[in-house]
Design a protein around this ligand. Structure first.
Ligand SMILES: Cc1cc2nc3c(=O)[nH]c(=O)nc-3n(C[C@H](O)[C@H](O)[C@H](O)COP(=O)(O)O)c2cc1C
Length: 359
């Protein structure tokens, strides 16, 4: 008798991206870039250490200077950033890995203390978030009161995303993932409390979904649909967004995207499991599904066996386990991580977690 094949280790095509296993490294902001928003030699080491993942999704990367909100987050909007990211993608590819850039525009979740001169804080409507964030120069600060995007601003923002996707391709990325969760700009359009617009981008669920649909269309025409993913978390109230009816909102988003046949949908379980986000995603998306939130190796394996998703992403386990894939393969225990160094500069708590398996 041969042992049944472990579904976590079956190869998988996510659109045009061939993954050697179904263990995905979830996107994690780690706040360590240089003063010009470029990744450094530390990033090369960090991502190379984790290259055995079937796919790495990078930390959130701002597609324009306006998209930045937190300190020390990377950009993909100028030539020097492309060169810096090239070193990261080369290192991952040299180890047989795959890596996509997560495009993250924070919208109103921003402080001007963290932005370059001339960068704006924008949102669908001029509604300030009832939350605060950390800045290097002034400690904790309330979020800026955002400017409402004009129709021309919306077109320019979509063009920024597309330009950034082309730069991601130039930097050697296998694709991009649109960050549409956690109360950032795309979700600010989707949620009714942050989108008070009366034009074609606000009001009905279809109108609130239009911005995200148009960004996805622009990304797919920029680099090819087989290299574009989308990340959602229906019903997540993080960062002061409120959607009273995600069961209506998300079909209004996903159904118009079906003809695009984009590479994958990355779905985070809804907080409190108030709705079955994975089932909703399966019902309204024809392609590959990456599922996330709180998985352990055994629950991930069971979810793949049950067909709930096609791949599973791990976030926190990837902080302290650079060789997560090898540890899972060998049934080794997983190491904990230190919360205090999640967002602090330098190697400590970033590249200094040891492997448990030969490198
Ligand atoms: C330190 C940290 C940073 C994160 N940054 C991002 C991010 O930049 N983009 C994103 O979509 N999710 C981000 N997340 C959420 C993770 O991708 C993931 O959804 C979450 O950790 C739940 O998965 P897990 O239970 O496997 O950790 C972050 C999570 C952590 C712990």
């Amino acid at each position: 008798m041969t042992a049944p094949i472990d579904p976590l280790f079956a190869p998988l095509a996510l659109g045009d991206i061939d993954c050697r296993n179904r263990i995905v490294m979830a996107p994690m902001t780690r706040s360590r870039v240089d003063a010009d928003d470029r990744p450094t030699a530390l990033h090369v080491e960090y991502y190379a250490q984790r290259a055995s993942a079937g796919l790495i999704v990078t930390e959130g990367v701002q597609p324009s200077i306006h998209g930045k909100g937190y300190p020390r987050t990377p950009g993909l909007h100028d030539a020097a950033q492309v060169e810096a990211w090239r070193a990261v993608t080369d290192a991952v590819h040299a180890r047989g890995g795959r890596i996509v850039a997560q495009l993250m525009h924070v919208g109103r979740i921003a402080s001007h203390h963290n932005k370059r001169p001339g960068a704006r804080t924008v949102a669908p409507s001029a509604v300030r978030a009832a939350t605060s964030l950390y800045t290097d120069t002034a400690g904790m600060q309330p979020c800026d009161g955002p400017e409402a995007l004009s129709a021309a601003d919306i077109a320019a923002t979509i063009a920024d995303y597309a330009a950034s996707a082309r730069l991601a391709r130039d930097a050697g990325f296998d694709g991009v993932e649109l960050h549409a969760t956690s109360g950032y700009l795309p979700m600010q359009f989707l949620a009714a409390n942050t989108n008070l617009r009366s034009d074609g981008y606000g009001g009905s669920p279809a109108h609130r979904a239009r911005f995200v649909v148009e960004v996805m269309e622009a990304l797919c025409s920029a680099i090819g649909a087989g290299r574009v993913g989308l990340r959602i978390c229906p019903g997540n109230p993080f960062n002061d967004v409120f959607d009273e009816d995600p069961i209506t909102t998300y079909p209004a988003l996903l159904d118009p995207l079906r003809p695009l046949r984009f590479a994958y949908l990355h779905v985070i379980a809804s907080p409190g499991r108030k709705l079955d986000a994975f089932a909703l995603a399966r019902a309204h998306h024809d392609g590959a599904l990456i599922i996330n939130d709180g998985f352990e190796p055994d629950t991930a394996r069971a979810a793949l066996r049950d067909g709930i998703g096609d791949a599973v992403s791990f976030g926190r386990h990837y902080v302290g386990n650079p060789d997560l894939v090898e540890r899972i393969a060998q049934g080794l225990p997983l190491a904990p991580f230190d919360r205090k160094t999640l967002y602090t500069p330098g190697a400590k708590g970033y590249t200094d977690y040891p492997r448990a398996t030969p490198g």
